[in-house]
Design a protein around this ligand. Structure first.
Ligand code: KIV
Length: 262
């Protein structure tokens, strides 16, 4: 059993050029699976609004829902660093509320750090949360909580702005930054300029690490899967076949068999 991943571990990995592997998880069985498969960081992402709750965006997700899922994931994670994702409107309305909500992820959820979306515009919030002793991961580029402002889930290509955002969140004290939906060459240049690790999703191969939504990676969803996802399994098809077999077995009397009876 290797020792638990900490934030200094991630800095060392960047220094050594070792890739940081991150995945989302929202429940106990998948968090156990991810934690025991060599993943360094588990994000309890607000993407759960889409892949677990069935919403069409992450906007409806609440603090209480995030804390509920974070508690479950931290119960399962023995090795990976758990990051709790701050939902829409939990850090945008004022610094005090933001710090208090970040604190709930650590105190109630058991997370080691929080993540929030935005660049220069949230640097004050990142600084305040960091000064309160809570590690913050920033998230720039395609930020799903701004879906309406962006006019959809669109690749972000404004290099000057992306670089300025990255440098600002680093200066504000972020321990890492997620780069989502940005061209690979811009992600590479940001990764070279920052001391903190970059974790990419739809940002090419040069980031210090990669993250995907577990439901997309395992094919556990029938929602549209973005181009940047590589599907390593098609579990929904397997599960559907299993449930259909069960239905047929019950209808035909093949289940329960003698071996299932007392
Ligand atoms: O909510 C989420 O899962 C995320 C990752 C995809 C980066 O923000």
């Amino acid at each position: 059993m290797t020792s638990p991943v900490t934030i200094p571990t991630l800095y060392k990995m960047k220094e050594k050029g070792e890739k940081i592997i991150a995945l989302t998880a929202y429940d106990y069985p998948l968090a156990r699976l991810v934690d025991t498969s060599g993943v360094h960081m588990i994000l309890v992402g607000d993407s759960l609004g889409m892949v677990v709750q069935g919403h069409s965006s992450t906007l409806p997700v609440t603090m209480d829902e995030m804390i509920y899922h974070t508690k479950i994931v931290t119960r399962a994670a023995q090795h990976a660093l758990v990051v709790g994702d701050m939902p829409f409107m939990s850090y945008q309305t004022g610094i005090e509320t933001a710090v208090a909500n970040a604190g709930r992820f650590i105190k109630e959820g058991g997370a080691a750090a929080v993540k929030l979306e935005g660049g220069a515009s949230v640097s004050g919030v990142i600084q305040a949360i960091s000064l309160a002793g809570i590690s913050v991961q920033a998230h720039i580029g395609l930020t799903p909580q701004s879906v309406h402002q962006m006019g959809g889930y669109r690749v972000q290509r404004d290099e000057d702005r992306l670089l300025a955002d990255a440098l600002e969140v680093e200066a504000a004290g972020a321990f890492s930054v997620v780069l989502e939906g940005i061209p690979s060459d811009i992600a590479e240049s940001i990764t070279q300029k920052l001391k903190i690790p970059t974790i990419g999703i739809g940002a090419g191969p040069s980031c210090d690490g990669q993250i995907l939504v577990i439901h997309d990676l395992l094919g556990l969803t029938d929602r549209h899967v973005p181009r940047f996802v590589k599907q390593y399994a098609k579990l929904l098809d397997l599960a559907r076949a299993g449930v259909r077999d069960y239905v047929e077995d019950v209808q035909s009397g093949r289940f329960p068999g003698k071996e299932h009876c007392y």
